[in-house]
Design a protein around this ligand. Structure first.
Ligand SMILES: Cc1ncc(COP(=O)(O)O)c(C=O)c1O
Length: 424
C-alpha cells in the first residue's frame, strides 16, 4: 500500500514548542489543550483564532479577513442569510425527530430525491457523513449477504468503527482488516488518462476475485466520486463506468460517497457520480448538505432499503429533524436560485488559471487538476510533470491539480495580506 500521511495530519498543528507564538495565541492553544488534550486537531503551526465568517470570507480575532479556500461545508457561503433565516424560523416553531408527520421534512425529502436518478428513490436522513456511510455498509452487507468491501488506497469515509475499517487513510501503517481490499486510486499523472477506466476496473476485478476466493465474498465498491483524499481525480468523465458495470456483474453494490463532491461543487452537476454517467445503488451525503447545520443522508433503491428494514430497525433521533430539513431545503433553493453549479465551473476556471500563473512565476506546482471548485495542486514530487514548469505540463494535459501543500502556500500568501486586497 502507498505510504501517505494520515488525513488529519495534513496541515495540522504539531504539538510541541509553543515558544515562538505570541502570548495571546500561546494562551489560546494551551487553553484548548487543557480541555481537549491530544484529541485536539488544529490547523497550522500557528493556529488561527476564527471569530466569524460571511460568504467566502472568514475573520479572525484581530479582524483579519481570509478567503476561505479550504472549507467545503458552507457550500452556499458562510452564514448565508436564507439558510440562517430558515433555521431561525424552524427552530422557533418545532424541532423533533421524524416519528411525527411534518410538512417541512416531507417536502425536503421530495425535493432532494427529485435531484437523483429515478431508480434511487428512497431516503434515510442522518446527522453526519460517517453515519451515512456506516448505514450504507450495513445495507450492502444485509442485501448481498457478504462482508467484503473495496475502497481506494488512501480513502477516507468517516469516523465510526466500521467506516474507519474502510478508510485506509485513517489507519496509516496498519494492515487492512480481512474484509477490506484497497485498490490504487484512478490517478492520471503517473499513467495515461486514456485507459484510466480500464486500469481501475482491472484492479477492482482482482480485488473482487480475491474477496470471493478468501470466502469473505463481495458486498460492494465504495468510492468518493471525486477521490478527494486520494488526491482528486476527476478526468476523464466516465472513467468509473467500467468498474461500476463490473461491480454489478459480480453482484455487488456500488456506493457513491458524495460527502465531498456533492451539492454542485464539481461544477458539472449536483452529484459527482453524474459526471461518470453511472447510477449508484447507494449514495451517501453529508458536509455541504445543511451549509454547516449537521446533516447527512443515504439515498438508495426502494428494494434495497426494504430488504434492510425487514432485518434491521434503524432510527436516528436527530437525523432529518425539521430544523435540519429547513436548512437543507434552503441550501437546495440557494444552489438553484443563485446558479451555484455554473458558478463553481466559472470560478473554478479562474482558480485554475490563477494557479497556472502562480506555478509559472513563483512556486513549483507539478500538476493542477480537478472539476469545478474542487481544485487541488500537487507539488512536482507528486506529479507526472516532476520538475517541469507548470505551463509546459498544462499544455500536455487536459486537466489541471491543487493539493494540500499549495493550499498552505495560498494560506501563507493570505496571511501576508494578499487576499485582503481582493474585492469582496
Ligand atoms: C469523502 C468523505 N466521506 C465521509 C466523510 C465523513 O463525514 P463526517 O465528518 O461528516 O462524518 C468525510 C469527512 O471528511 C469525507 O471527506
Amino acid at each position: 500500500m502507498k505510504k501517505e500521511k494520515e488525513i488529519l495530519a495534513l496541515n495540522a498543528f504539531e504539538h510541541g514548542d509553543l515558544s515562538t507564538m505570541d502570548a495571546t495565541l500561546r494562551e489560546a492553544v494551551q487553553r484548548r489543550l487543557r480541555s481537549f488534550g491530544s484529541a485536539s486537531v488544529l490547523f497550522y503551526q500557528e493556529p488561527l483564532r476564527m471569530e466569524r465568517a460571511e460568504g467566502v470570507w472568514m475573520f479572525d480575532a484581530e479582524g483579519r479577513r481570509y478567503l476561505d479556500l479550504y472549507n467545503n461545508v458552507p457550500s452556499v457561503g458562510h452564514s448565508h442569510p436564507r439558510v440562517v433565516e430558515a433555521i431561525r424560523r424552524q427552530v422557533g416553531l418545532l424541532n423533533t425527530h421524524t416519528r411525527y408527520l411534518n410538512d417541512v421534512v416531507d417536502t425536503y425529502a421530495e425535493h432532494l430525491l427529485a435531484t437523483f436518478p429515478t431508480a434511487i428513490n428512497h431516503l434515510v436522513l442522518t446527522c453526519t457523513g460517517s453515519e451515512a456511510n456506516d448505514l450504507a455498509l450495513r445495507i450492502a452487507k444485509t442485501v448481498t449477504g457478504h462482508a467484503g468491501f473495496i475502497v481506494t488506497e488512501t480513502a477516507y469515509h468517516g469516523n465510526t468503527a466500521a467506516v474507519t475499517d474502510v478508510s485506509p487513510s485513517s489507519r496509516p501503517g496498519q494492515p487492512l482488516p480481512p474484509h477490506v481490499r484497497a485498490v490504487p486510486a484512478p490517478e492520471t499523472f503517473r499513467s495515461s488518462a486514456d485507459d484510466v477506466g480500464r486500469r481501475f476496473a482491472a484492479s477492482v476485478r482482482e480485488a473482487i476475485t480475491d474477496l470471493e476466493q478468501s470466502g469473505i465474498g463481495f458486498a460492494g465498491l465504495l468510492v468518493d466520486t471525486i477521490f478527494s483524499s486520494d488526491g482528486v481525480f476527476a478526468d476523464p468523465p466516465g472513467f468509473l463506468a467500467p468498474a461500476v458495470k463490473l461491480v454489478h456483474e459480480r453482484r455487488g453494490l456500488f456506493i457513491a460517497d458524495e460527502v465531498q463532491p456533492g451539492f454542485g461543487r464539481t461544477g458539472a452537476a449536483l452529484w459527482g457520480f453524474a459526471r461518470h454517467d453511472v447510477v449508484p445503488d447507494i449514495v451517501t451525503m453529508g458536509k455541504p448538505m445543511g451549509n454547516g447545520f449537521p446533516m447527512g443522508g443515504v439515498v438508495t433503491r426502494a428494494a434495497l432499503l426494504d430488504r434492510f428494514a425487514a432485518e434491521v430497525k434503524y432510527f436516528n433521533t436527530f437525523g432529518g429533524n425539521p430544523v435540519a430539513a429547513a436548512a437543507g431545503f434552503a441550501v437546495l433553493d440557494v444552489i438553484a436560485d443563485e446558479g451555484l453549479i455554473a458558478n463553481a465551473q466559472t470560478v473554478g476556471g479562474y482558480l485554475m488559471d490563477g494557479l497556472r500563473e502562480i506555478g509559472n512565476r513563483h512556486i513549483q506546482i507539478g500538476d493542477v487538476r480537478g472539476a469545478g471548485l474542487f481544485k487541488p495542486a500537487s507539488s512536482p514530487r507528486h506529479s507526472r510533470g516532476r520538475g517541469r514548469p507548470l505551463r509546459q505540463h498544462a499544455e500536455n494535459s487536459s486537466s489541471v491539480v491543487l493539493h494540500e501543500r499549495p493550499c498552505r502556500y495560498v494560506y501563507h500568501r493570505l496571511r501576508r495580506g494578499a487576499a485582503r486586497d481582493w474585492p469582496a
